[in-house]
Design a binder for this molecule. Structure first.
Ligand code: ATP
Ligand code: MG
Length: 562
């Protein structure tokens, strides 16, 4: 059962949709769309919108289109289109054959523009962008009418056709809707519908020398595709009257799309704007768009997040009508919850120190059978080799261990996970650095896990790997990319000043159990007592690289509570 089915109360979008269905609106059909502009890679905010649009349609037996709002050839590319498609599919959604492009409707938009001109509802303006901006004025005072506003229909038709034919330079003229220069809603003060751009479009090539503005494309695209509920973020609320006006002028649409706004997802300790993410990539602050610290879907995927965890996150976040900030801990909670169920437990020693079992025969190897996942009874067992020389975690040993330290120290006993109880007898220390170099222990052969006849009880169990069998791997441990909850919220300071200097800790040589030799890229594992890790796709068979997905516990909550 997914989270959506578990929840009993409706969110406000579902309430609207259910009301429309109960009134028989659009014959009870629900048809949504996800409308990205292919000018960047998707991030977790987009994931929220994807889950919302596809989720809503799924819940009410409807459909969802994927539509690329490709009205601005300047920053758009096929590379982004392919990446977006890959990400939506990875999140677990299917638009079937309904892959659309606003550019497919350019002819239709053009015809509608001609219609508006003929009806005296649109005109060609020769004013510059700055003049247009100045004449629009401010919301509390009426704007100024352009001197070109009352051109004849013939002149407008002629100029617009010549704009299209490429006769005029970029920026010299625009087509504007003739609405109301006194409207308190600035969007209705004769908005621009077309601008001249002598740019190749990734789909229409050099056919067009004029391109529709987003506002003159978005609502009509929805209407053409039979979208019933156009869900968008709050900043489009003030555009709604304009979209309605455009559709009113063009004709009747069945269904007539209903626009509903919700608050965009903001995450603490994160920046989400495409421009800022680009700055991080271009400035070399991260290794690329798919750096595991990035909030992009590519980054999150490489970090080891599962689609399921993102869908659960989107569901838990819910939908709000007011702007808010979601705590990053909630995202981390969702991935922990998912990985706890499905990630096999393995042993990996990230800060190794050698441990020698002095009474264990040299050259002997034992196969220890250890369960893969106590949370998943079907997951079975695996074999982990055990021998005289092991690596354990450096901080599992203390030279002057206090009484409550239930790990290793001189005279102390612990169980080695899935193996024997050992007792620490002595250790070797580097006389110069004071670093512990080797720990010497003895084992009790009657204490083998599953066959223990000794009756001994110990308080601590630690993980280990067999030194001659272990694989040396690289491990990348991540922390939050920013150390401030709202890095972009400081007016006088650049968000990059709040980058967390410790967001990446590179461990060049850690040791993991040999079963990980066959790990597949992005396969999740729990390194026992350490956290969740996944194999980086850049790994090779000679050099395995593991990325930390998330720690086992919320370490930030602890810091904040101190
Ligand atoms: P920009 O407007 O800067 O180009 P954008 O993030 O709005 O960036 P789009 O490609 O237009 O990019 O977004 C596609 C869809 O994703 C839109 O419907 C948008 O409302 C939605 N979306 C974008 N960011 C968020 C967010 N943080 N939370 C929820 N939805 C979002
Ligand atoms: Mg946008």
């Amino acid at each position: 059962m997914n989270k959506q089915e578990e929840r009993t109360s409706l969110n406000f979008l579902e309430a609207i949709v259910e009301e429309d269905i109960s009134k028989g609106k659009n014959g009870g059909v629900v048809h949504t769309r996800f409308p990205p502009e292919p000018n960047g890679y998707l991030h977790i905010g987009h994931a929220k919108s994807i889950c919302l649009n596809f989720g809503l349609a799924q819940k009410y037996g409807g459909k969802t289109n994927l539509r690329f709002d490709d009205t601005n050839p300047v920053n758009e590319s096929l590379e982004y289109i392919n990446s977006i498609k890959h990400d939506v599919r990875w999140l677990g959604f299917d638009w079937e054959e309904r892959e659309y492009y606003a550019s497919d409707y350019f002819d239709q938009f053009y015809e509608w523009a001609i219609k508006l001109i003929k009806e005296g509802k649109a005109y060609v303006d020769d004013s510059s962008v700055e003049e247009i901006r100045r004449m629009r004025g401010i919301p509390t005072e009426p704007g100024e009418e352009s001197p070109y506003r009352n051109r004849s229909v013939e002149e407008n038709l002629d100029l617009f056709a010549r704009m299209k034919a490429g006769e005029f330079p970029e920026g010299s003229r625009v087509l504007r809707a003739k609405i109301d220069m006194t409207s308190p809603n600035m969007q209705l003060r004769d908005p621009v519908m077309y601008r001249i751009l002598h740019k190749e479009h990734h789909r229409t090539g050099d056919t067009w020398k004029i391109y529709p503005n987003y506002d003159w494309a978005h609502g009509q695209s929805d209407a053409l595709e039979g979208i019933t509920h156009s869900i968008c973020t709050l900043e489009f609320e003030i555009h709604r009257p304009l979209y309605e006006w455009f559709l009113d002028q063009i004709g009747e649409f069945k269904p007539r799309p209903r626009q509903i706004e919700f608050a965009r997802l903001n995450l603490s300790y994160t920046v989400m704007s495409k421009r800022k993410l680009l700055e991080l990539v271009n400035g070399g602050y991260v290794s690329g768009w798919d750096d595991p610290r990035m909030p992009t879907i590519q980054g999150i995927r490489r970090r080891g997040y599962t689609p399921e965890s993102l869908r659960n996150f989107a569901e838990r976040v819910g939908v709000a009508k007011r702007d808010n900030v979601i705590d990053l801990s909630l995202l981390e909670f969702c991935i922990r919850e998912d990985l706890n169920k499905l990630a096999p437990r393995v042993m990996g020693v990230l800060d190794p120190v050698k441990l020698i079992i002095t009474n264990y025969p040299e050259g002997k190897t034992e196969d220890m059978e250890i369960e893969n996942n106590p949370e998943d009874p079907e997951s079975g067992n695996r074999i982990v080799p055990f021998s005289r020389e092991l690596y354990i975690e450096r901080d599992d040993f203390m030279e002057d261990a206090p009484k409550k330290f239930f790990r290793l120290g001189p005279g102390k006993e612990v169980r080695l996970k899935g193996a024997y109880i050992i007792q620490c007898d002595s250790f070797k220390k580097n006389p110069q650095t004071g670093e512990i170099e080797e720990i010497y222990c003895t084992y009790d052969h009657e204490t083998k896990s599953g066959e223990d006849t000794s009756g001994k009880k110990v308080k601590g169990t630690i993980h280990w790997v067999s030194a001659p069998h272990a694989l040396a791997v690289e491990v990348r441990v991540y922390d939050r990319l920013f150390s401030d909850p709202d890095p972009a919220g400081h007016k006088e300071k650049d968000f990059k000043e709040f980058l967390n200097p410790d967001s990446l800790q590179l461990i060049e040589k850690a040791y993991v159990e040999p079963s990980l030799k066959n790990a597949k890229p992005l396969e999740p594992f729990q390194f026992m007592r350490k956290g969740y890790y996944t194999l980086d796709p850049d790994s090779s068979s000679d050099q395995l690289i593991f990325n930390q997905t998330v720690t086992l516990r919320d370490t930030w909550a602890k810091i904040q509570n101190q």
